[in-house]
Design a protein around this ligand. Structure first.
Ligand SMILES: [Zn+2]
Length: 304
């Protein structure tokens, strides 16, 4: 059974008019699940609010307090040019980070197979003590730390195929040898990180503008897949951003729905080989309201 974790609070985060990270992203995914028939085979769960303890595993205490203190009751608060808090943002962020914790628990209790978390705001740009790039709490990092610290998982791999480098995840885990972090990203491009990392537990795959599916598959096959097999993860986490799609205005890569199906199949095979198929996949970017839901469905069909 494919688990699907989300929450209506995640719709209530409003980053402002014309902001690409909008509630329609989750609504489009829901519609596509219905149209594809997948809605009848997934098992839905409501994301709980994340605990303070779970946040503190990856974020600085003062930073967390600052986020809670900044949350507006009306109007909006701009953290940076891209990252905005509205009255609904804090609850959405608490659900987004809590989703991965529930997903890990479901898998460790064998109550669900792979689990996808359809949440917003996204998380992979959020660093140990800094919000940025639409992200407040690093949802995938919270989930991975929960798996290690609460369930005793010794080795986790986090792979990130969002078009933007997962600088926040790298910042949190770059000195943690329990974690292998693989990121593919357009380069040079926001957040202008990753390409010069030299830590042994990081596998960065920078891709030049215009890279298509063939180039992407070659780079992943050459760099990520051997590193993942060598690492033998006991749990696989996916920062699933779909903004490298050819239709997505956010970037200049040219991936297709089929490329997302391909990489999911490759990751699924590794999870079957090494960790009994334990996969938590977390929505990150993806802003084209046609390509995003189609790509998510392609991803979920391979996870099934
Ligand atoms: Zn992105």
């Amino acid at each position: 059974m494919l688990g699907f974790v989300s929450h209506s609070d995640c719709l209530e985060h409003d980053a402002g008019p014309c902001h690409p990270e909008c509630r329609q992203r989750l609504e489009a995914i829901d519609n596509q699940l219905l149209m594809s028939g997948l809605d009848f085979v997934i098992r839905r769960y409501d994301a709980p609010k994340v605990s303070r303890e779970a946040l503190e595993r990856v974020h600085d205490r003062e930073y967390i307090s600052r986020v809670y203190d900044m949350a507006p009751t009306d109007g909006s608060v701009e953290i940076d040019g891209d990252t905005v808090m509205s009255p609904g943002t804090l609850a959405a962020a608490e659900r987004a980070a809590g989703a991965g914790v529930l997903a890990v628990d479901l898998i460790m209790k064998a109550e669900a197979g792979p689990v996808f978390c359809a949440v917003r705001p996204p998380g992979h740009h959020a660093e140990h003590d800094q919000a940025m790039g639409f992200c407040l709490f690093n949802n995938i990092a919270v989930a991975a730390a929960h798996a290690m610290d609460v369930h005793g998982v010794e080795r986790v791999a986090i792979v990130d195929f969002d078009v933007h480098h997962g600088n926040g995840t790298e910042d949190i885990f770059m000195r943690d040898n329990r974690v292998l972090f693989c990121s593919s990203f357009q380069h040079p491009f926001y957040p202008f990180a990753g390409h010069d990392s030299e830590t042994a537990n990081l596998v960065d795959v920078p891709l030049s503008a215009g890279t298509d599916g063939a180039g992407f598959r070659t780079a992943i096959s050459d760099h990520w897949l051997p590193a993942l097999r060598k690492f033998r993860p006991q749990f696989l986490f996916i920062s699933a951003g779909f903004d490298a799609h050819v239709l997505d205005d956010m970037s200049s890569l040219a991936l297709s729905d089929a490329d997302y199906a391909w990489i999911t199949k490759e990751l699924q095979a590794i999870a079957q080989e090494h960790c009994s198929g334990r996969i938590v996949s977390m929505l990150e970017g993806g802003y084209d309201l046609t390509a995003l839901p189609r790509s998510v469905v392609a991803h979920l069909k391979e996870l099934l």
